[in-house]
Write a protein that binds this ligand. Structure first.
Ligand code: MLT
Ligand code: ZN
Length: 461
């Protein structure tokens, strides 16, 4: 059965590269979530838009589900193929196609890594400012599929802000050229924005034109030690009102403990319960004085107990490693991840409620908090103890996520800030989207993917 389907695919798309070794099925069938056992039919590695279209048409004839696949660094199961789907890997479609100096755009194929986009932009004296720790492995197609955020959203926004145009192969194999990189385009629905964050459920992004900007001005990185959770938003306000913030991130002592165990350098002699890494534009006397004023205000009010400011690029990188190394340092614990957001104004109340809730709900699990506090986005990672079975651990975590989802619903937050819904959070979509909204989403999907073959089971059933 399997062989005959692959033979028919090979006939329908002559020259298409396919992989079906057990090691490949395992490798391409999963993302960074480790909850599902990969079981794809095979892996297709198209080299052109025409090949992608031909695969999608074949899938419609054969009723084979498709899972688009980029760097598979996703944290919500959006790129998992556990039910005999055909994975469409974009790894051969990974090139820069064009740079336009007048428009300040870079046109790329979806399989290109975020870091390669950074490098290409910088070769032209410009910058693509979306950035996060998985930059070397994640792909632009996946960034678009989840509207990826990261550490510079506070300054530059999410991926969505930087997509000038994109090409989509829909669930019927139609090629749509969306927005054609126009700055102004008031000609009806902006379908480009429907595709961004659609997690591969409306079609496959086969090309994207990215907006570029000026390279960032010189900046400084500061690490702050905080005595309590309650002062976090005061520290944020003290820095934000005086400085052009490029990033404002927080993590707990538990997070630091794991990063240090992975080889990072200890920043302070004393142990503190909470830390902030902030980056801000500097390089002139006024901004340096403003940074000092923010720091002194925090010290005088008892909101900050210690601090260090980078004196070189190497030291800035060292401080960033304390924040960016967290995900990798926790990976061995197969953490259950919550990636939630609220409006910044709702953050103090939400932090207090969540802290109380999790304190009661997880007395026996280690909970590691970190995240993009300047964007109202918290990552709450629960680590599996060695003596608890994984299914039982997940079951207990889901019970707490249910309570978290209720708290988010009360304060108008989101159950997924930047990781996507995927398989992991689809049971909680209703806490962030109304029934009417979900019905509209289903209707849109029906139009673009009438046979329900594009990444089925992700986002909603
Ligand atoms: C991060 O902010 O480091 C990423 O979203 C990854 C994660 O949450 O583990
Ligand atoms: Zn994050």
């Amino acid at each position: 059965m399997t062989d005959s389907r692959l033979q028919s695919l090979q006939q329908a798309v002559p020259g298409l590269r396919l992989k079906s070794d057990p090691a490949d099925l395992e490798h391409y069938g999963r993302d960074w979530t480790r909850r599902w056992t990969p079981a794809p039919l095979a892996i297709a590695l198209p080299a052109s838009i025409e090949e992608v279209q031909a695969i999608v048409r074949w899938a419609n004839q054969q009723q084979v589900a498709l899972v688009p696949s980029g760097g598979r660094t996703g944290l919500s199961g959006g790129a998992v193929a556990a039910n005999g789907e055909l994975v469409i890997s974009m790894e051969r479609m990974n090139k820069v196609l064009a740079f336009n100096a007048v428009d300040r755009t870079l046109t790329v194929q979806p399989g290109i890594a975020l870091e390669a986009v950074h490098n290409a932009a910088s070769e032209h004296g410009l910058a693509y400012p979306v950035d996060f720790a998985a930059r070397g492995s994640c792909s632009i197609g996946g960034n678009i599929a989840t509207n990826a955020g990261g550490i510079r959203v506070i300054r530059y926004g999410n991926t969505r802000e930087w997509i000038a145009g994109l090409k989509l192969v829909t669930g019927t194999g139609e090629l749509l050229d969306l927005n054609r990189a126009l700055i102004k385009n008031s000609s009806g629905y902006d379908l480009r924005h429907l595709v961004i964050a659609s997690e591969g459920t409306l079609g496959i992004v086969v090309e994207a034109t990215l907006r570029l900007t000026d390279p960032p001005s010189p900046s400084n990185v500061m690490l702050l030690a905080l005595p309590s959770f309650e002062v976090l938003m005061q520290v944020f306000a003290a820095f934000r009102e005086r400085l052009q913030l490029e990033a404002f991130e927080f993590f707990t002592d538990r997070a630091l403990h794991h990063v240090l165990a992975h080889g990072a350098q200890k920043p302070f002699d004393d142990v503190h319960p909470y830390y902030v890494v902030t980056e801000f534009a500097s390089g002139d006397e006024a901004s340096e004085a403003a940074a000092m004023a923010a720091f002194e205000t925090c010290m005088d009010n008892g909101w900050v107990s210690d601090g260090v400011i980078s004196q070189s690029d190497a030291q800035a990188a060292q401080l960033w490693r304390l924040r960016e190394g967290i995900t990798e340092s926790l990976a061995a614990y197969k953490p259950y991840k919550n990636d939630v957001s609220v409006r910044i104004s709702a953050m103090p109340a939400f932090l207090a409620e969540t802290q109380a809730l999790l304190g009661q709900a997880y007395p026996h699990f280690e909970v590691v908090w970190f995240g993009h506090i300047g964007d109202g986005n918290l990552h709450i990672n629960v680590l599996k103890p060695g003596d608890v079975d994984y299914p039982l651990f997940v079951q207990q975590c889901e019970h707490v996520t249910e309570l978290l989802a209720q708290a988010l619903q009360r304060c108008g937050g989101s159950i997924s800030a930047e990781h996507g819904i995927g398989l992991v959070k689809k049971g909680y979509l209703g806490s962030t989207r109304s029934d009417a909204e979900i019905a509209v989403m289903r209707g849109i999907r029906q139009v673009l993917d009438p046979n329900g073959l594009m990444n089925p089971g992700k986002l909603f059933d």
